[in-house]
Design a protein around this ligand. Structure first.
Ligand code: NDP
Ligand code: TDO
Length: 287
């Protein structure tokens, strides 16, 4: 395999690459910390590219606070658009293949069947818009890119919905959770493994791809599964979005069609509930 530099290495997905790299004894990954690998520092980035001469770059660095982005537009735009462009420009200059991670939130959420890569992206939040603009900046700057749109990431690392719900359950007898937003929870370790498969394949089938775990769930279904699998008795009450107002509007439906990534790379994708079990057992081991 080839030298691969991972930006955003201390975030959730970045830590998944670190875990896999350690477990599989892969010494191909370079994990700059946030100072050394600040995606807004073009000169620092160029020094990294010059020094390591990577063959692949994976951009996991992002502004991911969906609600906060609504009022923190400048920083969200800087990180998700300018940062993505900086990396893509250097990938073009140094002939590096870029793997840019993007999101289901680029979609409006009004389709009633799984979203394909060519479906119109029309974000309804600042975060979604900045991620779409980041995709466009990548496509403009370089030819050798894989943009992987994923959704509802969780893992044993960093902050995510599973950890939030487990924490809330420790102090609440009941929780109200939205039941009319549908998507697919995705174990970030599965996504990291998918990206490693793409790198290992050496494929040049550049373009946009959708990846999530298999299946469909609402945030309510997801929470019920987290609690059922953890033997937690906190009651989960299904509510409509209108009863849980948030600064950012989220897509009502963002289930993704994964046919393209499965057929191009010969992947078998785990069903979301199976991966959730794996993640919960990792979280239990940590506690
Ligand atoms: N989390 C999710 O549910 C989903 C995420 N995605 C996408 O997947 C990718 C990975 O997400 P995830 O790992 O969960 O997100 P995290 O927020 O856990 O990780 C992002 C990391 O990027 C870092 N970062 C922010 N600004 C910079 C910068 N200027 N230079 C370098 N690093 C920076 C953050 O640091 P700090 O925390 O200090 O700001 C953080 O460590 C992102 O592109 C995200 O948009 C897509 C769909 C779902
Ligand atoms: C905590 C909580 C959340 N919710 C709802 C609010 C929201 O619609 C949904 C998810 O809440 P969160 O704010 O944790 O998740 P959110 O940050 O919206 O998750 C998104 O993050 C970005 C980065 C992505 O790219 C997306 O794919 C998606 O994973 O659950 C409840 O209904 N009840 C609750 O108690």
């Amino acid at each position: 395999m080839s030298n691969t530099i991972v930006f955003g290495a201390s975030g959730q997905l970045g830590q998944c690459f670190k875990r896999i790299s350690a477990e599989m004894n892969l010494d191909i990954f370079i994990f700059p910390d946030e100072t050394e690998g600040n995606i807004l520092d073009v000169e620092g980035l160029e020094r990294l590219f010059q020094f390591h001469r990577p063959v692949y770059a994976i951009n996991c660095a992002a502004y991911t606070a969906v609600d906060k982005a609504e009022t923190d537009v400048e920083l969200a735009t800087k990180v998700n658009v300018e940062g993505a462009k900086n990396i893509a420009d250097l990938c073009s200059k140094f002939n590096v293949t870029l793997i840019q991670v993007s999101t289901d939130f680029v979609f409006k959420g009004d389709k009633a069947s799984p979203l394909k890569e060519e479906d119109e992206a029309s974000p309804i939040s600042v975060y979604g818009q900045t991620k779409l603009d980041g995709e466009r900046a990548v496509i403009e700057a370089t030819d050798k890119y894989f943009i992987i749109r994923t959704a509802w990431l969780y893992s044993e690392f960093a902050n995510n919905f599973v950890k939030t719900m487990l924490k809330l359950a420790s102090t609440r007898n009941e929780l109200k959770v939205i039941a009319d937003q549908a998507g697919t929870p995705t174990y970030a370790i599965d996504l990291a493994e998918c990206i490693i498969s793409i790198i290992t394949s050496g494929s040049t089938a550049y373009g946009i791809y959708h990846y999530s775990n298999e299946g469909i769930a609402s945030w309510y279904d997801f929470t019920k599964a987290i609690f059922d699998l953890s033997d937690i008795s906190t009651r989960v009450i299904p509510i409509p979005t209108s009863e849980y107002p948030t600064p950012a509007v989220r897509p009502a439906y963002s289930v993704m069609d994964k046919t393209k990534i499965k057929t191009t790379f010969g992947l078998q994708i785990p069903y979301w509930r199976e991966s959730l079990k794996t993640c919960l057992s990792k979280i239990n081991q940590q506690n």
